[in-house]
Ligand binder design. Structure first.
Ligand SMILES: Cc1ncc(COP(=O)(O)O)c(C=O)c1O
Length: 371
């Protein structure tokens, strides 16, 4: 699904030099590379505070810990996403409230959020799924109306823009009270191991989060708040320092590949391709996900795999049907879109190194099966 080797070959010298610096300075935890990355990412995202941490799941957990959410508080999130989002809600003994998604953008349904709000609701966690920014303008308006926190799960959409009705744009992840991202190797900005970060414009919250990531310490061996051990290590920061200046170029390469895929599938009766907006970068194509309509999606998947084309179903089971998150509160009729999407979606290879020949082979192979 990704080609990290070809990408590395192109940036080998910068990455190797950057890692070498860490080895020479022997500062493996919280070294100067981490500080440099933090500052560069703050500038790139135009956000006041970036707090690097060990992975995207921790980033979500720490964000929620920082907001002082209490056991039993209800947190609304999307039914159609990777489990990490709901996992941390459950882990902190908060009550996950899963809601259906929008059929077109596959992000959390705005109507669904409104219906799910109760007096116990304390937060909304929109996920910018597959690289496409959720409708943050509508989500922030609901949050304001009901006095709720918004925690953006931006693991899949770093660099994407959210556009507002006054024409302004802001980077996904920087609009809610707090945002979280992942630098897992296959992400749009990936390191060579695990990594993550939290973003906020709130000075008080940022201070709290900086303590939580490091055992609740602000001064060595003084533990002021209950914390965790979640630090981005200097070697991963060194890789990210080499790759961050290329993020926009990488996202453009993904968008170009997506345009070529969609052009080949245009008008096909069995394929719904993701829409591509030309006026903003609201979709940075972490995944290129098709919906296969009235055709054998699983047969197509096997056909592609037989031809040596990696492809995957993100995600095959709605969260409300997962053993760990089943709950008698959920009714199947509340999730018509997620229940439909899990049967239709198919993600094709998507990365920065896809060339025209590969795209043609992939699109021809899809069309050959669907005729
Ligand atoms: C939507 C979403 N949230 C959270 C995460 C968790 O990130 P990590 O794997 O870095 O813990 C992921 C990673 O796949 C993700 O896709």
């Amino acid at each position: 699904m990704v080609d990290l080797k070809s990408q590395y070959d192109k940036i080998k010298e910068t990455v190797n030099l950057s890692i070498q610096e860490v080895l020479e300075t022997n500062s493996y935890i919280n070294g100067p590379q981490v500080h440099h990355f933090q500052k560069s990412l703050e500038d790139y995202l135009d956000v006041k505070h970036v707090i690097p941490c060990a992975n995207g799941t921790d980033a979500l957990q720490i964000a929620m810990m920082g907001l002082d959410l209490q056991p039993g508080d209800e947190v609304i999130t999307a039914d159609f996403t990777f489990a990490a989002t709901v996992e941390v809600i459950a882990l902190l003994q908060l009550t996950p409230v899963l809601v259906d998604v929008d059929q077109v953008n596959m992000n959390i349904s705005i109507e669904g959020i409104r219906k799910a709000i109760t007096p116990k609701t304390k937060a909304i966690v929109p996920v910018h799924l597959f690289g496409r920014a959720a409708n943050m303008e509508a989500i922030m308006a609901i949050a304001k109306e009901f006095n709720l926190y918004v925690i953006e799960d931006n693991a899949q959409a770093i660099g994407a823009n959210c556009r507002f009705s006054d024409g302004s744009k802001k980077k996904a992840g920087t609009i809610g009270h707090v945002g979280a991202t992942s630098f897992f190797p296959s992400k749009n900005l990936g390191c060579y191991g695990d990594g993550g970060a939290i973003f906020t414009n709130d000075d008080t919250l940022a201070h709290k989060l900086r303590g939580i990531v490091n055992h609740g310490m602000y001064e060595r061996y003084h533990h002021d708040v209950v914390g965790v051990n979640s630090r981005l290590d200097s070697i991963q920061a060194a890789v990210l320092n080499a790759k961050l200046p290329l993020l926009d170029e990488y996202n453009k390469a993904r968008q170009n590949a997506a345009r070529k895929y969609s052009a080949a599938f245009e008008g096909h009766k069995n394929i719904i391709s993701p829409t591509i907006c030309d006026i903003c970068d609201c979709h940075v194509f972490h995944q290129y996900t098709l919906r296969i309509i009235a055709a054998d999606r699983n047969g197509l998947m096997q056909h592609l795999l037989d031809k040596g084309i990696p492809c995957a179903i993100y995600y095959p089971i709605p969260l409300h049907s997962q053993k760990a998150y089943k709950d008698s509160r959920y009714k199947e009729e509340d999730f018509p879109i997620t229940n439909q999407l899990v049967k239709e979606v198919l993600s094709l290879p998507m990365h920065t190194e896809l060339d025209d020949e590969q795209i043609k082979y992939i699109t021809d192979s899809v069309l050959e099966f669907l005729k």
